[in-house]
Design a binder for this molecule. Structure first.
Ligand SMILES: Cc1cc2nc3c(=O)[nH]c(=O)nc-3n(C[C@H](O)[C@H](O)[C@H](O)COP(=O)(O)OP(=O)(O)OC[C@H]3O[C@@H](n4cnc5c(N)ncnc54)[C@H](O)[C@@H]3O)c2cc1C
Length: 492
């Protein structure tokens, strides 16, 4: 008889709701997390939604991972390393994926994840302060959601410029309607970034079914006779009836590879005995992003609640997200920073990346951004659109100068590609490193019940399993995954 019914690895955005709902269903759950636990309350650096001081290199809550962007350009990306995971240090935009995202997964053979199936889960997980309990929203779930009040003059000018260019208003970005300009739903309540540990673990602390251990680094999954029986950690071995990896799109794929589950040739090359030959790490996706910095013509008014995000413009495959607080101040790295930025993200990229092991056995993501022509074309159009917005009244009257591409670069595709490559970064929305798919799908690592193919008693529940990155940020979708996976595991 194992000590636990389920061991969940990673108390992150998906892991916390999963563990909580399994415990609610009477399962004895052990939730293991490499980062610190904060059962008595979170530090201000994680709570304060106006700043992102935990996402900088060197912060103890940040894995600060090396990655390669396009053409092998190296950079480092943040990921949460704390109970609450990336939801404890994220920017706070709590946008659902679109109906087309989920129906696209269903059309690929994952019918349990259609929009119709996931909508009730999105309703259950939220307490939407603006729309309350209604056909599209929930009023009493654990995650608070609220849109900023329409009071920031720069944001109003950005919205007016979008309207002047013919883009429709989108007052509720979580309603699944046509895209346009509107306020960003935030997972913030009274200025506090509400992470999934606050929302799901805090109310269940002390319950006998749920044990949370922070500061435990899991090394690999223990598999005996084709069945996962527990995990090996730096604090010893924990045995359980079932193992779930919720260690995030990097962590879960890394643990699969370390456990002998992955592309056989890569595992052999790394000296790891092969248990299951599966395409772990292949075909992953994330949103390529460039920032257009600009200086306002007059001193910035304080953003309401000092929050850096207010509204966003979405088109079919682009996100234009203005930040109203200079990054140096958001990150706490430069209090005198005056330059603000519009982020231009490509939300349905065709280019595919891969996650593998480096020579030391650490995970390495190669994004391979912009390898597809269509991605370059669409990101160029996004940058041109952002410049046009900054030149459109009434926003134009508030812009003193932009540090974006000059007119020569804007007029020439090759020159603009060069500017984009020089400024390219990632939205840090990595997905699909162990993606779901039906029998016969050569790219699938898990089935739509999120069970790892060929290994009994092992699932992956986090953004690793998304067939494609959602065309909005994936934080809300990660919470939904945890909730829905608990349903699938308990048969409810
Ligand atoms: C700085 C930043 C800003 C972001 N802003 C937004 C935003 O505004 N909106 C949005 O939608 N998305 C945003 N994202 C992306 C979003 O937060 C993530 O995609 C999502 O939260 C991932 O959820 P997850 O459950 O897959 O993984 P995570 O939440 O990252 O959870 C994984 C957990 O597993 C733990 N873990 C990993 N390996 C091990 C191991 N070996 N042993 C034990 N524990 C382990 C980690 O420490 C972590 O706690 C942001 C991400 C970052 C990093």
């Amino acid at each position: 008889m194992p000590d636990w019914d389920v061991v969940v690895v990673g108390a992150g955005t998906a892991g916390c709701p999963l563990a909580a709902r399994l415990a609610d269903a009477g399962r004895r759950v052990l939730l293991l997390e490499a980062g610190a636990d904060h059962p008595g309350g979170f530090p201000d650096v994680l709570r304060d939604a106006a700043t992102m001081g935990a996402a900088v290199p060197g912060a103890p809550q940040n894995w600060d991972l090396p990655v390669l962007l396009a053409d092998g350009t190296p950079t480092r990306v943040p990921r949460g390393r704390v109970v609450g995971g990336s939801s404890a240090l994220y920017a706070g935009s709590f946008l659902r994926g679109t109906p087309e995202d989920f129906d696209g997964w269903a059309a690929d053979g994952n019918d349990l994840w259609s929009y119709e199936r996931v909508l009730p889960v999105f309703r259950r997980l939220e307490a939407d302060r603006d729309f309350g309990d209604s056909p599209l929203h929930g009023g009493s779930g654990p995650m608070p959601v609220a849109r900023p009040p329409d009071a920031h003059p720069l944001a109003a000018a950005f919205g007016a410029a979008a309207a002047a260019l013919g883009f429709p208003a989108e007052p509720d970005k979580n309603a699944g309607g046509p895209p346009g300009y509107g306020p960003v739903p935030l997972g913030v309540a009274d200025g506090v970034r509400v992470n999934t540990a606050m929302a799901y673990l805090s109310p269940r602390r002390g319950r006998p079914e749920l044990t949370v251990r922070g500061g435990v680094l899991v090394h690999r999954v223990l598999v005996e006779r084709g069945r996962a029986v527990g995990v090996e950690t730096d604090g010893g071995v924990f045995r359980a009836g079932e193992v779930v990896l919720s260690a995030g799109a990097v962590g879960s794929a890394h643990l699969l590879l370390r456990s002998g589950i992955g592309p056989a040739a890569d595992l052999r090359a790394a000296g790891i005995p092969v248990l299951a030959d599966l395409p772990v790490g292949r075909g992953c996706t994330d949103h390529p992003l460039v920032y257009l910095p600009w200086r306002p013509a007059r001193p910035l008014p304080a953003a309401p609640g000092a929050l850096p995000l207010h509204g966003a413009l979405h088109t079919a495959d682009l996100e234009l997200l203005p930040w109203w607080v200079p990054f140096g101040r958001v990150m706490g790295t430069d209090p005198d920073d005056r330059e603000i930025s519009v982020g231009v993200g490509l939300m349905r990229p065709d280019s595919r990346g891969r996650l593998g092991l480096d020579h030391a056995g650490a995970p390495l993501v190669e994004y391979r951004y912009l390898t597809e022509d269509g991605d370059r074309t669409r990101l160029r159009s996004g940058v041109r659109l952002a410049v046009e917005l900054l030149r459109t009244p009434p926003l134009a009257g508030l812009v003193a100068a932009t540090a974006g591409p000059g007119d020569d670069a804007l007029a020439d595709d090759r020159a603009l590609d060069g500017w984009i490559r020089a400024h390219l970064t990632t939205a840090v929305h990595l997905s699909g490193t162990a993606r779901m798919g039906p029998d016969g799908d050569p790219g699938a690592v898990v089935d739509q019940h999120l069970r790892v193919r060929g290994i009994d008693g092992l699932r992956v529940v986090d953004t690793s399993v998304l067939p494609r990155v959602t065309s909005r940020g994936p934080a809300a979708t990660a919470v939904m995954l945890g909730e829905r996976a608990a349903d699938l595991m308990t048969g409810t």
